[in-house]
Write a protein that binds this ligand. Structure first.
Ligand code: AMO
Length: 421
């Protein structure tokens, strides 16, 4: 909270509320650094103010304070000004000291920090990560809105699976069994019938039984769907989106990237595109035992990632590896994954828009078309050709911030062992 009663001018009266990040008492002068609205604000107590100096010595870091005083303009302070206080109220004293420092140093395990996540988020690096996350979402919205997409929200309580490989979380829905949505896939496809171009930013739920550094039970994805385009045009759109948001973040998130000591990589020129067949050839050339039709696992992606470096697409996957809604192309499919080194960031493709083919593909995948009645019935009303992608926001954040554990970029991560806070 900051109230500049007479604007920002020398001697102007000010009231500020924040929490104490650090305190330095040097003889007869004390510097308090408050965080106000996530940014540093310096409060300087001078020697002639004995009463406040004594009070400052007793305040524990993390306590919430309200400071009243006057403005002194100085380039030496973080905001170009400091406060000379006349009154400091400790509105909520900190009773405990967290096991980490706000400005850096050794960190306890992420599990210890997550137990008091709200306090962990007061660390400068954690704050930087979530400000960048905000910028990422803001620039995705900007980019897609400028292109005529509208943002939609679809239900997260569903009756049937969409993503074959990923397990569902069952829930009780009154007296019926229902599931948490693995993806807004079928809804976003339906919505292009009316709106042509839609996107959604929301949670996807995957019952991932293993604890890895890149999987969560609740992840966030940017889902995009567009009518009258195919997977190549959608790849172009995704490529432009990636470059746009990275450029925005590099410009608007300079301070935060500096806090993270991280150099953002913006791909120059076109993002390379290799087919699945080429990926297999590269891997076999490197002596990896992999056969055509195999999915690319951790080991394969590590080798491919070190070969390709940076961002690249893998296109035209075998049909057998893709969900039922992806358009076949002989034994291949009109599909792609966007990778960063060995990390899959996004997947997408052209969708099937003919009902008979969709029913055939459901059956081929051992799924019962009856369970998809609610979806199939709208295909009788002139479903246009369409394509889209899902981009993992948390995974993209790992690349943007350079962290190697996905839990660092999610406020309240959920995994096989964690359901709190
Ligand atoms: P897919 O299952 O590949 O595709 O998911 C899309 C992207 O979401 C991210 N992701 C995850 N991130 C963290 N933890 C998880 N458990 C997790 N699961 C997925 C990945 C992935 O690339 N319906 C399709 C998308 C489409 O075709 O439009 C889908 O869900 O970054």
């Amino acid at each position: 909270m900051l109230k500049l009663k007479e604007g920002l001018k020398e001697g102007g009266r000010v009231v500020a509320g924040g929490w104490l990040a650090s305190k330095r008492v040097q003889g007869d002068i004390a510097f308090l650094v408050l965080f106000e609205s996530g940014k540093e604000l310096q409060v300087t107590i001078k020697g002639d103010n004995k009463r406040l100096l004594e009070k400052a010595e007793k305040i524990r870091e993390h306590s919430s304070l309200i400071v009243e005083g006057t403005i002194h303009l100085t380039e030496k302070a973080p905001r170009g000004y400091e406060i000379y206080p006349t009154k400091i109220r400790i509105v909520s004293p900190a009773k405990k000291i967290p096991p980490f420092h706000v400005y850096g140093g050794n960190l306890p395990s992420i599990d210890k920090r997550l137990d008091i996540r709200a306090v962990d988020l007061r660390r400068v690096k954690a704050m930087a990560i979530f400000k960048l996350r905000h910028l990422l979402l803001k620039s995705c919205r900007e980019f897609l809105s400028k292109r005529g997409f509208i943002e939609v929200q679809t239900s997260k309580i569903i009756s049937s699976a969409t993503e074959g490989g990923a397990a569902l979380f069952p829930i009780m829905y009154y007296d019926k069994e229902a599931f948490l949505a693995q993806s807004p896939q079928l809804y976003k496809e339906q919505l292009i019938m009316a709106f042509e171009k839609v996107f959604e930013i929301g949670p996807i739920f995957r019952a991932e039984p293993f604890r890895t550094l890149r999987h969560l039970s609740e992840a966030f994805s940017l889902d995009v769907e567009q009518a009258f385009v195919d997977y190549r045009e959608i790849m172009d759109l995704l490529e432009e989106l990636v470059k746009y948001v990275l450029t925005e973040i590099a410009n608007e998130g300079k301070e935060e990237l500096k806090d993270l000591r991280y150099e953002l990589e913006i791909p120059e020129g076109p993002i390379p595109r290799i087919t699945y067949d080429q990926a297999i050839e590269i891997l076999q050339g490197k002596g990896i035992e992999v056969n055509w039709g195999d999915d690319l696992g951790t080991k394969e992606l590590e080798v491919l990632g070190s070969e390709m470096n940076g961002y690249y697409f893998i296109t035209d996957w075998p049909l057998s590896l893709k969900p039922f809604y992806i358009m076949p192309k002989g034994r291949l499919s009109e599909s792609f994954d966007l990778m960063y080194k060995d990390l899959e960031l996004s997947s997408g493709g052209t969708r099937i828009h003919r009902k008979s083919l969709l029913v055939k593909r459901l059956k081929e995948q051992g799924l019962k078309p009856k369970g998809f009645d609610y979806h199939l019935r709208v295909f009788d009303y002139g479903m246009p050709p369409h394509a889209g992608f899902g981009l993992g926001i948390d995974r993209f954040m790992m690349v943007i911030t350079g962290v190697n554990n996905i839990r660092e970029v999610v406020l309240y991560p959920r995994d096989v062992r964690r359901l709190i806070p």
